[in-house]
Write a protein that binds this ligand. Structure first.
Ligand SMILES: Nc1ncnc2c1ncn2[C@@H]1O[C@H](COP(=O)(O)OP(=O)(O)O)[C@@H](O)[C@H]1O
Ligand SMILES: [Mg+2]
Length: 200
């Protein structure tokens, strides 16, 4: 082991202010609420509604939206499988740092591959990572088409669009599954908030 590595490990071990201290100060149990699903499924809408609700209840959260992060941290990444996996790896690492800072982190990202979501989950302790499958049928997502992306993909102007010409691997054991075509925004929000506050 070289000395630089030894010093880094040493400083990591001697860190005395961490997740426990931060979250105690904030009076909340930090969590990562990971919303996965097709474009237009309702991830961002739902995450924003949950944030507002938590804020009103005096809880500190932060929303990491995949679309926003692609404008900055992940702007060098494309949409092939390797880039999407790297995208999710970075988002998960940032989420973990925020969890260590005591926050309730909401992630809204398509995260289409099981392996990527498994890798994300592995960064957290049991019970900290809550996978929410926003399971809205693709026909409904396409009808909503909030950003006009499905129309573009159908016209062939957008390649590798999830659900059209790029796969979405359905979560097998999510902590929560919500079909926003059947359940209202209020009830979806409530279902997530209930999980967040369960351990406080
Ligand atoms: N129950 C619901 N939950 C979330 N979004 C809903 C719901 N019902 C209808 N919608 C609508 O569906 C669209 C979802 O868009 P968005 O949240 O941007 O999806 P995503 O972030 O998954 O791509 C919004 O226009 C939203 O108003
Ligand atoms: Mg979104």
């Amino acid at each position: 082991m070289d000395t630089t590595a030894a010093i880094q490990i040493q400083s990591h071990l001697t860190k005395t202010i961490g997740k426990v201290q931060h979250s105690t100060l904030m009076g909340q149990a930090p969590k990562c609420i990971w919303l996965t699903g097709l474009s237009g499924a309702g991830k961002s809408t739902l995450a924003r509604a949950v944030e507002e609700r938590l804020y009103r209840d005096g809880l500190c959260s932060y929303l990491l939206d995949g679309d926003d992060l692609r404008l900055g941290l992940n702007r060098d990444l494309g949409f092939d499988e390797a880039a999407r996996t790297e995208n999710i790896r970075r988002v998960a690492e940032v989420a973990r740092l925020m969890l260590d800072a005591g926050l309730i982190v909401l992630v809204a990202a398509i995260s289409p591959y099981r392996a990527g979501r498994r890798m994300a989950r592995a960064l957290f302790n049991p019970g900290e990572f809550i996978e929410v499958f926003v399971d809205t049928p693709i026909e409904v997502c396409e009808r909503r088409d909030p950003k006009g992306m499905y129309a573009k993909a159908r016209r062939g102007e957008l390649a590798r669009f999830t659900g059209i010409d790029s796969p979405y691997e359905i979560p097998r054991e999510p902590e929560l599954r919500l079909d926003t075509s059947l359940v209202s925004l209020e009830d979806c929000t409530e279902a997530i908030v209930e999980i967040v506050v369960r351990q406080i």
